[in-house]
Each structure stands twice: as C-alpha cells, then as structure tokens.
Write a protein that binds this ligand. Sequence first.
Ligand code: SAH
Length: 396
Amino acid sequence: MTARLILSRGREKSLLRRHPWVFSGAISRVEGNAISGETVDVCDHKGSWLAKAAWSPQSQIRARVWSWQADETIDIAFFEQKIRKAGQWRQWLAKADSLDSYRLIAGESDGLPGVTIDKFSDYLVVQLLSAGAEYQRPAIITALQNCFPECSIYDRSDVSVRKKEGLPLSHGLISGQQPPALLPISEHGMKLLVDIKAGHKTGYYLDQRDSRFALRRYSENARVLNCFSYTGGFAVSALMGGCQEVISVDTSEAALDIARQNVELNQLPLSKAQFIRDDVFKLLRTYRDTGEKFDVIVMDPPKFVENKNQLAGACRGYKDINMLAMQLLNPGGILLTFSCSGLMTVDLFQKVVADAALDAGKNVQFVDQLRQAADHPVISSYPEGLYLKGFVCYVE
Ligand code: SAH
C-alpha cells in the first residue's frame, strides 16, 4: 500500500496551484510507511487525492511532487517522457544557437524536482539533489540511456544540499567513457574547456551563456575587468568583441589555468589577457586606492544567500561590490552585474544597484536586463526557478 500524507486544513492551496513542494509544517499526519525517497500520495485534510510525491523524511521540504495525475506510475517510462519533452525544446535551442551543450533538465522547472542534468557535448552530467531523485536513480539513468544511447553519463551528486536530505555525496562515472580532463564545448562561436570531474557545479556555468554573449557588444576597444571569472568565458567573449585588455579575477587557480587555456584555444591574444588570483572584494579596493580605471566591468559573484536570515547581509555585500565597480569605471562605462541568489528578486536587486549608484555618487541608467539562459526555464507554478538575474548599467 502506498503511504498517504494528509495535509492540515487549508494547506492544500499551494498544491492546487501546482507548486511542487510540501513543507513539514503542512502535514497533519502520515498514514502507512514509506522509506526515504519512496513515492507517496498527498491528500487534503478530507483525504481527497492531490498528487504523487517523493518522501523526504529528513528535509524541511518533506515531499516533492512527481505527478498531478492519479493514474501515472513513476517509472522508467515516466522519466523518459519528461526527458524527451525537455529535450525537444533544448534541441531546438541547440540548433538555433549552434550549441552542443545545454541544461537538459532543470529540476522543478522541468517537472523533475531535485534532478539536474547538463549535456556537455556527448557527456550527460547528473546531479541528484533530493531523496526522491536518489531513490529513482536507476529509473532516471535507464531513461537517459534510452533517450541518449550515444552519450556517457557522469555523476556529480557531490553537493552539500544532499546532506539536508540525509544522503551521502556521490561522484563518478555511471556509464560509457571517462570524460577527458578538459572537454571542449561550443558556445556562441567560442570553444570552452569544461572540467566535468572537478569543476564547479556540473563543471561549467551554462546559465550565463547569453550574458557572456551580451558582453561582446560592449567590448570594442574597452579595458575590461572580469570579476569572479571562473574559467574565463566572459574574458574570451570580451576578446572576441575586440577589447583592448581584459583582466580576470578569481580565487581559484585551477579555474584561472583553464581560463588561460580557453584564450589560447580560441586563438585570441594572450597579451591582451591578464589573470589574477585574488579576492575580488580586496582587489576592488586596491584598484580604487591606486586609481585603476576600466571601461567595462563584469560582476558575477557566487551565491551570497542561502536563507532569508542572510538576505540583509547579502544586500550589503552586493551594494558594496557594485558601488566599488561604479567608482572604477571611466565616464560612460558599462557595468554588467549579476545575482544568482534565488532569494534576491529582480526588484530588490535593482534597488540594491540603485543604492550602490547613490553611494558611488554616479548617475546610472539601466540599459538592459539579463537572466539565466533559455535552457534554464521558469515554470509558471514555481517562480523560485528564476534565480539568476542581471543588469547592464550605463554609468555616467
Ligand atoms: N563568471 C563565471 C562564473 C562565476 S562563478 C562564468 O561565466 O563562468 C563564481 C566564481 O567566483 C567562482 O569561480 C569562484 O571561484 C569565485 N569566487 C568566489 N569568491 C570569490 C572571491 N571572494 N574573490 C574572487 N573570486 C571568488
């Protein structure tokens, strides 16, 4: 018998709007037994059926919905159908934009909570983040193999959020060939090397693809500062756009090594590219004190906010680096600034950047708005799926 989660009165509202999470506080009682990750039925306080969900006994998000159809079975065919549907849109995108790499499954936004799958050329990199996703691992992998028989599959479920689900970290080849140390992928006419085994996240920040491309139009003859550069995608794009010089800053030497190789791989002049291993917060102050100036600055920091309690502190951090960046720009300079913290809404981020302009004593115009690329969609029932936003600012 499938176990049933009975919600408290009134707590079915978010599920009726098809939001896929059930928080622990919404559950009145559990009827029957379920092991971690197993599929359970979610019912309202009267016992009426609402959804099929994966049971996460150790997480505050106690269940994540797989299906809104009572007669649907959560099996290989279910995952295959979701993957094919998501793949159709990505294949169109890949063709239209000449990409060989994209996010194939973006978790909740593709109807598969806790499942991230990135395709890098012929490698599928899988990240299973929830108890339900882990429980369904064999079905998900078989479904992927059925959909992409030519691809190797690599596990990068070595992320700390798994601990909240009571899951150990896991990492390694699942099927096919071991990935090379650095795999070249194509992005808007650039070749970029991806470290599938040890890179950040699944190896590369696919979500910033279109913003890297957006930088190109502002780069001609510019002196560019690329803050939080990782493997230098923005730097390669600036060089392709004809910049005079680009300085990339990151704390990771491994990432900067790859960034250097990426410049060479695209046959761009290394003489115009500098790579500095340093703390951006510190270096911005040094540059301010020594009077360095730039025409374009990219500010793409890591996530500052994990929960609501950290939001105020994060706003101060964002304001600080954006203020410093504005002060380092020549008159008429361009700032491309981003926040990948989901709790930071677009409106709040715009306000933080506006506050930074006030503190910097600069007139700023918002001339363009950027966001995660189209292979990281936002499903209407889960607006939290919009996590990465950015502004192009013209700084007088
Ligand atoms: N712009 C990159 C992605 C940036 S991810 C791209 O287009 O691919 C954030 C990066 O910030 C990581 O590479 C991380 O190593 C780096 N980082 C984190 N804290 C930092 C700090 N205080 N100073 C400099 N780099 C930092």
